[in-house]
Write a protein that binds this ligand. Structure first.
Ligand SMILES: *Cc1c(COP(=O)(O)O)cnc(C)c1O
Length: 391
């Protein structure tokens, strides 16, 4: 026997080593939240400009209260998958409430946005289907496309005309069905899509339209009902509860028939434990408080204006951002990392995003804003940016 005992791990060592060589090795850095915008690293308190808690709901007393109430009443866990004995009345009531709130026929709750996207898309598509996804689609959407083994093509980011061309081309090919995938608000550039145009186009070609509204629900649209609200021709909207909702989980908005199809055929819904009662309570309470949060949404828009114009005045592009996600595009990888360190030294957390997450030469500090950031915190952040001198 001459087998080298360590050899089965060589691939891991090699992969990690090459990540380090490329300066792309990543590590987890634990923190503790102090309040809606402040975190503690253990050695330092930082103002957090990298969270998705856009309205501060993760710390909202009514939401925490409902989570606690449901944990006490129903337990810490749901103890089974939804089709076995994990659908409590609170799960069903929540789905009715979500559907009612967003004016859809039905809604179905999933354990996370990632899980929902990857599993719903592979349930809608089969080997003979065609998936057309926006080039900047979230990884969870791509995973769904890959898992389905459908023909998978990407259209140019936010290009309705490129999508149209690809839909036209598909007319001459033989697919079981066509599924178009887009987001309402893209997570790296903070730009938006034209959901209405996408809906018209997909309707014209009899294609299904799946729209991911992860960064918009709670924040944008009338009463924070998202950027896909009240648009005819969208077949399925995916909302997440880990961002503006302040807790965890996700929901699909769809027809009753689509819901029945997913309950019967969607593995990521069927073969997983139902969301725990405290999470159901948090989402339910978020639905109660969100419609009345117009003043917080207004404050968030003011914060966006201040931050965006400040970054631009400091000489950096904010790209096509139209939202609470604002990139400060630095370009060079090392410079971006140096700037992130400079922010940290001065009391701010703002994470650097580098290729391959974004394109080459587009390294950036990705700023996300919440309604709880104060004018002064943003002013101080911008002062630190202006004071930065890089090589
Ligand atoms: C965050 C995000 C998801 C994943 O949602 P989770 O509930 O965090 O798993 C899906 N799609 C987009 C566009 C996202 O930004």
């Amino acid at each position: 026997m001459s087998t080298n005992k360590s050899s089965k791990y060589t691939f891991i060592e090699n992969a990690l080593e090459s990540r380090k060589q490329e300066n792309r090795f990543r590590e987890l850095e634990p923190i503790d939240p102090v309040n809606e915008v402040c975190i503690n690293t253990g050695s330092q308190k930082l103002i957090n400009f990298s969270s998705n808690d856009y309205l501060g709901l993760s710390k909202h007393s009514q939401i925490i209260g409902k989570a606690r109430e449901y944990a006490q009443k129903y337990g810490a866990g749901a103890t089974a998958s939804r089709l076995v004995s994990g659908t409590y009345h609170i799960h069903q009531q929540l789905e009715e409430k979500i559907a009612h709130t967003f004016d859809w026929e039905a809604s179905l709750v999933f354990n996370s946005g990632f899980q929902a996207n990857s599993t719903i898309i592979s349930t809608l598509a089969d080997r003979h289907a065609l998936i057309l996804a926006d080039k900047l689609s979230h990884n969870s959407l791509l995973q769904g496309g890959i898992a389905s083994r459908a023909t998978f093509r990407r259209f140019d980011h936010n290009s309705v005309s490129d999508l149209e061309q690809k839909l036209e081309q598909a007319q001459g090919e033989d697919y079981s069905r066509i599924i178009v995938i887009a987001e309402t608000l893209y997570s790296m550039d903070g730009d938006r899509s034209d959901v209405e145009a996408l809906a018209q186009l997909t309707d014209q070609f009899n294609a299904l339209l799946f729209v991911d509204d992860a960064h918009a629900v709670g924040v944008w649209g009338p009463d924070g009902l998202g950027l896909a609200y009240n648009i005819d021709g969208v077949d399925l909207v995916l909302g997440t509860c880990g961002k503006a909702f302040g807790s965890f989980g996700a929901f699909a908005l769809c027809s009753q028939k689509m819901k029945e199809y997913l309950i019967n055929f969607c593995p990521g819904f069927i073969y997983t434990t139902a969301l725990p009662p405290p999470v159901i309570g948090s989402i339910e309470a978020a639905l109660d408080v969100l419609p009345a949060m117009d003043s917080a949404r207004k404050k968030l828009r003011e914060n966006i204006r201040q931050m965006k114009s400040g970054i631009e005045q400091a000489g950096f592009s904010t790209g096509p951002s139209q939202s609470q996600i604002i990139p400060a595009i630095i370009g060079d990888d090392q410079g971006t990392i140096a700037l992130a360190k400079h922010f940290k030294k001065n009391g701010f957390l703002a994470v650097p995003i580098r290729p391959p997450t974004v394109g080459k030469g587009e390294a950036r500090i990705r700023v996300t804003l919440t309604a709880q950031h104060t004018k002064r915190q943003i002013t101080n952040f911008l002062t630190v940016l202006n004071d930065w001198n890089y090589g």
